[in-house]
Design a protein around this ligand. Sequence first.
Ligand code: C2E
Ligand code: MG
Ligand code: MG
Length: 711
Amino acid sequence: MKSIAQVMLKEGGVFKSIKAPISIAVTLSMSVMAALVLWFAVLEYKSLYLKLAHSHTVSLANGVIKNIAPSMLSNAENASSISELLFLLKEHEHVISVRVYSGDYSLLLEEKGPAAIRLNEPFLKSLDASVLAEDKFASNNVIVSRRTIGSAANPDGFLMLLVDAKAPLSASIKGLLFNVAPLIFILWLLSIVGTLFFIHRLFRPLGELSVFTKQVTDTKDYALRQNLTSRDEIGTLGENINRLLEMIEVELLINHEQNQTLVDQQETMIRLANYDSLTGLPNRQLVLDNLRLELARARRNGYDLALLFFDLDGFKGINDSLGHETGDLILIEVADRVSALLREGDLVARLGGDEFLVLPDRETRDSSLEHMASRLIDAFSDPFELRGLSLSVGVSVGVARAIDADYDLSDLMSNADLAMYRSKANGRGSYTIFTPDMVESHKRKFHIANAIEQGLRDDEFLIYYQVKVDKAAKVIGLEALLRWQHPEYGMVMPNEFIPIAEQGGKISAITRWVIDKVCQDLPELRAWLPHRFRVSMNLSGHDLRDSNLFDNIYEIFTRHNVNPEFVEFEVTESAYLENFASSNKFFKRMSNMGCAIALDDFGTGYSSLSYLTQISIDTLKIDKQFVHELETSERSRLVMGAIIDLAKRLSLNVCAEGIENKPQWHYLTEHGCDYIQGFMFSKPIPMDELIKSPKQYVIEQMDTAGNIYNN
Ligand code: C2E
Ligand code: MG
Ligand code: MG
C-alpha cells in the first residue's frame, strides 16, 4: 500500500505547493515558540512562587517567634505551652515541621505539620540548625527558614520552619497551566490560522500566475496577458511574464512572416521550376518527369500510352511581324483553347516556344487518338481575335505511342516529333500518327541534313529550268528549280531536302549557290532566248531572316555582271508574311534594283488578303492545287476567278503553275491569266535540254496533254 505522503507527492498533493512546507515550518516554529514561552513562563512562575513562598515562610516563622518568644523567656521548660503555640501551625497544610532549638542548638521540640506525612525526606532529619544560615534555605523543593529567638548576640533559642514547596508549586503550576494553556492554544491556533491565511493570500497571485502560464502553454495563445495589480515581486514577475509573452508574440510574428516568405519562395520556385510562367501550364521539366513515371508504370503493368505533340503553324511569322507581345497573347489563348478540350485526367503542357504536348489519360485506340487530334486541329479553325486583328493560326500534330518507342521517353518524344514534322510536310493543319517506318525516313533526313554542305562543295546539286509562257504560249520566263544528284539516294527533290536544309540552318548556303549558279547560266539563257524574259529563283522564309541576303545577292550580281531586270524572286506568301518587316524592306530594295517579285503558292496560306496592299510584289503565282481542281471543284474555279480579278484590281500579274492540259490552259487564258507554267509545256529540265526546247509553243499543235504533234 502506498503511504499517504507518497500519494501526495506522486499525485500532486499538498507537497506540490510551496505553501505546504512554509505552513509546516511556520506551524512548527510557532509551536516551538509557544512551548518555549510556556516553559520560560513556568520557570519564571516557579522562581516567583518560591520567592513568595519563602517570604511567606519567613513572615510565618517571624509570627511564631513573636508568639513563642515570651514563653521561651519566662519558662524555657514550658514546652507544653510552646507546643500548643506550634500546634497552631499544623493548620498550614504545607508545613512539614517546626523545630524549636535552645540557644545552644539543642532541639527542644518539634511539631510535624500535615506535609510531613507526604514528605519524609531523610535530609530533613539531618538538618543542623547550627550550620544553617539565618535567612533562607530552599532545597529539594523544601523551604527551610531558621529564625533567631531573642537577640542575635544572645539568642534565647532558634526556630526552624520547614515548608513543602513542591506540592503547592506543582499544584500551582498545574493550575497555571490549566488556566493558561487553553488561552495559549487558542492564541496558537489563531496565529497558525492567521499565518496560513496570510500565506495563502500571499501566494495566491503566484498560483494565479502558475494557472495563467499553464493556460498559455496549453492554448499556445501568446496574445493572453495576466492582469495582476500587486506591486511586489510577484507583480514584477507578472509584468515580466507579460513582457516575455510580448516578445514571444513578436518573435512568433517575425517567425511566421519569415516562414510565410519561405513558403511563398518555395511555392514560387516550384512554380517556376515546374510551370510555364506565361500560360501557367506544366512545363517541359514537369511533364517529362511525369511521363517518365507513367512510362515505367505502363511498362510494368503492360498497357500502352499515347501522346499528342503539336506546334503552331506560322507562329514565328506572327511573332516577327506583330511582335512578341502578340505572340504571347496567342500562346495564352492556345493554352486556353486546348485546356478547354481536355477531359479529366488529360494533361496539356507547354514544352517551350510554340510546342505543346497533350497526354490523354490512358487513351491509345487509333479512333480516339484521331478524334482527339481532329478536335485539336478544329479548335484552331476560328481565327484569334487580338488587338483588333484577326489572326489564323493552325497546328500540326504528331501522335506517338509508348509501345512503338519500347517505353523509352526520348524515343517516344522523337517519334512524336517525327510524326509532327510529317504533318507539317503533308500540309499544315493536319495530324500524323507515328509508324515505325518513319524512323527510316528520319534516318534518311539525318543523312541528307549532314550531306548538304559536302554536296554543295562537290557540285552534286543541279539547276533545272521550267519555262513560263505568256498568253501567246511564248516563253517569257524560266523558273530555276533545284535538284540534288545524291551519290547514295539518287535524284533528291527540293520538297524533301529544302525543309531539312531550313531546319538545319543550311538554306542560306543553298540559296547562295543557286543564285550564283543561275547568274552563271544567265548569259547562256540570254543567248538561247533572244527576247526579254525573267529567270525566277525561289527564296525560303529563312533567307528573309538573313540580314546579309541583299548584300550577298548584290555581290553575286556584280561579280557576274547580271542585269537585275532579268531576274525574279519567288517567295511563298507564308514566308513573306512570317518575316513581314524584313521581307518588305528586302523586296523593296530588290525591286528598286530592277528585280521582280512573285508571291508563290498563292491562296494556300493566309486567309486575310488585306496585306496585299502593303507589300511590294509584281506577280501572284496561283498555287497548282487550284489549277488541278479546276475541272472538279467549283470552289477552286471560284477562288481562281477571284484571285485573277483581285490581281487585276491591284495591277499585279497573275501566273498559274501546274498546267498540265489544254482545258486548263483555255480556262486560265480566257479568264485573263498572264503567265502559265506547267508540264503541259515543259517539266523542269537541265540547261542542255532546255536550249533544245521550243521558245514558242503552238497550242493548236499540241494534244490535250500538251504533247506536240509532229506534222
Ligand atoms: P515551287 O516554287 O512552287 O515550284 C513549282 C513546283 O511545281 C516545282 O516542283 C515544279 O516541278 C512543280 N510543277 C510545275 N508544273 C507542274 C505541273 O504541271 N504539275 C505538277 N505536278 N507539278 C508541277 P519542284 O521542282 O519539285 O519544287 C518544289 C518546290 O521546292 C518549289 O515549289 C519550291 O518551293 C522549292 N524549291 C525548288 N527549288 C528551290 C530553290 O532553289 N530554293 C528554294 N528555297 N526552294 C526551292
Ligand atoms: Mg516557285
Ligand atoms: Mg509554287
